[in-house]
Design a protein around this ligand. Sequence first.
Ligand SMILES: NC(=O)c1ccc[n+]([C@@H]2O[C@H](COP(=O)([O-])OP(=O)(O)OC[C@H]3O[C@@H](n4cnc5c(N)ncnc54)[C@H](O)[C@@H]3O)[C@@H](O)[C@H]2O)c1
Length: 244
Amino acid sequence: MFNLKNKVAVITGASGGLGEGMAKALSGAGAKIAVLDLKDGKNTLKKLKTKSKYYHVDASHEENVKSVLNQVVKDYGKIDILINNSGIFFPTPVVSTDLKDWDKIINVNLGGYFLVTKYAIPNMKDGGRIINIASVAGTHAFASSAAYNSSKGAIIMFTKTLAIELASRKITANVICPGIFETPMTKDLLRSKETLDMVNNSVPLKRVGKSEEVGALALYLASDESAYMTGSVITIDGGWTCHL
Ligand SMILES: NC(=O)c1ccc[n+]([C@@H]2O[C@H](COP(=O)([O-])OP(=O)(O)OC[C@H]3O[C@@H](n4cnc5c(N)ncnc54)[C@H](O)[C@@H]3O)[C@@H](O)[C@H]2O)c1
């Protein structure tokens, strides 16, 4: 249904998990994909149907981001779609969180989105699409995750600001807030009986999400058909936050 032929999509954190799910969905619709990640992306590239290339990047490192995006533009000529998705999570209660750990989470989850967006925008075509992956933790607080929750809440406000600043160029900016999905980030968490019980008892659809389900949503937001949607925050969580 959605056609992304001749579009170039830059996706951070796409060497696995939700990023890979979105890369597959956009590639399936014809987009060329630039996979940006700290982790090697060759396995992801094998699953993509269109021209695609892996770029090693630390999204929280300004010079690194700048030079990688220059290289992407040299290779592909333009950027139509940017998906900021790279992220880290480790739980600690506020009183035992070191400033170093706080800074790390904020710098990667929020600073990384800022840097990649800052250096992508001048190379983006009018009518482009920015999709930022936050979390239900950006709208609902979870214990022992203050830095993560704060970074995800801030992504929402960052995105709304982009929606206003870029509207004159018809570049839209929207946020996806996933609930619990099975990815390398949640692999260990999903082995615990406590988490599985929580999913059964608290997620009305009684299961975790699949990366292709976020992929399908991202595909819509990346398409021409979503042109009137900007500054929106879309939750995809099996109904989990309906009763939080
Ligand atoms: N899995 C879930 O249940 C869930 C729920 C809500 C939100 N999210 C968010 O979705 C996004 C993707 O998470 P995921 O679950 O696929 O996890 P993941 O760990 O599989 O993917 C995150 C990717 O980001 C990359 N990355 C980390 N730091 C980086 C850096 N500094 N520079 C470049 N790349 C970096 C990692 O190498 C990894 O490939 C994250 O932003 C996460 O917070 C995930």
